[in-house]
Design a protein around this ligand. Structure first.
Ligand SMILES: Nc1ncnc2c1ncn2[C@@H]1O[C@H](COP(=O)(O)OP(=O)(O)O)[C@@H](O)[C@H]1O
Ligand SMILES: [Mg+2]
Length: 315
């Protein structure tokens, strides 16, 4: 039985919040999504802002209802068996939501109470310690920095030792130290058997942690495969250079640009020559030209630049 299952899941919102690109009368935030996550997987859900990641997670957590389709957690239907499904899940939300009237330990005790767990202090202490919150247990929630609040949210999600852990962009705007602490701890829980579903903007994190990855674009799964396969399927080489000029669109749509640094997929010497010729033609001066191996971000950019039709979904 899969840890998480989405079966033909769609979620539409009324047209009110429609963006300019949307020409349909309603917004399809999630569009006929089907995939399963097996027990023990470390699964990555990637996609640009507005792709539908948080919407999928809120349906998984039972916080919003699918317009159509079925969502289940370890065999429990999220709609029909809400309480059992919810008990299987520890969800770290994207938004920093917290109750300002309690200190850290109180917040964790209250959360334990929601799941009917008494005398949870041994596990709460272990959570506080593992997340670097050992000296903050008596601090009031409103006194904590954003990064510290994020840690408490992680602890809160884990008070009932859920077998399935869901993290919605847990490291967005978070310091490097917390990222390290968090990933060490989550990786340990995963080794001990927990299933992890992670959404993130940091592709190098997904590449390092996730055994499988689904990429979402405009509510649809456009790729789903083992991380290693996604990397292999990508252009295996990347041309990197610096320029001050404006890239022609035909090149820009495939480029990863960071300040003056431009990175472009290029399979072989022939493609490198073509790219350099096109840049010369556009009147661009390039410097510090070099080649490197492709990473997940290159795959991502390549897929996002692609046409609208979903790629073949491998599994
Ligand atoms: N409550 C809502 N009402 C209307 N539209 C929404 C609501 N929540 C999300 N959306 C829209 O649904 C789309 C997907 O959003 P979201 O799931 O938050 O994406 P992501 O988490 O991948 O950034 C976006 O276009 C967003 O504006
Ligand atoms: Mg989101």
């Amino acid at each position: 039985m899969p840890a998480i299952s989405f079966q033909s899941v769609s979620k539409t919102y009324p047209a009110a919040r429609q963006t300019r690109q949307q020409t349909r009368s309603e917004l399809r935030a999630v569009d006929n999504v089907t995939f399963q996550i097996e027990e023990g997987e470390f699964f990555g859900l990637l996609g640009p802002n507005g792709a539908g990641k948080t919407t999928l997670i809120s349906m998984l957590a039972g916080l919003s209802r699918p317009t159509s389709g079925l969502v289940s957690v370890r065999g429990f239907d999220v709609q029909r068996d809400f309480a059992q499904a919810r008990r299987q899940l520890g969800v770290v939300p994207q938004e920093l939501v917290f109750d300002p009237f309690f200190n850290v330990r109180e917040a964790l005790r209250i959360q334990s109470g929601y799941f009917g767990i008494r005398n949870n202090d041994d596990w709460i202490d272990e959570l506080l310690h593992s997340l670097g919150l050992g000296d903050k247990s008596n601090a009031n929630m409103r006194q904590l920095s954003g990064g510290m609040k994020r840690r408490v949210l992680v602890a809160q999600a884990l008070v009932h030792k859920p077998p399935v852990i869901v993290l919605d962009e847990p490291t967005a705007g978070v310091d490097v130290e917390l990222r390290q602490t968090l990933w060490q701890f989550i990786a340990k829980l995963n080794k001990q058997g927990s299933t992890v579903l992670l959404t993130t903007h940091y592709l190098e994190e997904a590449e390092a942690l996730c055994n499988r990855i689904a990429m979402l674009k405009q509510g649809r799964v456009i790729a789903l495969d083992r991380t290693s396969e996604l990397l292999r399927a990508a252009a295996s080489n990347v041309l990197r250079f610096k320029t001050d000029g404006m890239l022609p669109w035909s090149i820009a749509q495939h480029a990863r640009v960071t300040g003056r640094i431009v990175q472009l997929p290029a399979q072989n010497a022939h493609e490198v020559e073509q790219l350099l010729a096109a840049l010369r033609e556009a009147g661009l001066a390039v410097e510090d030209v070099e080649m490197r191996k492709a990473d997940l971000e290159d795959v991502f950019i390549d897929l996002m630049a692609g046409e609208q039709t979903p790629l073949e979904v491998a599994r």
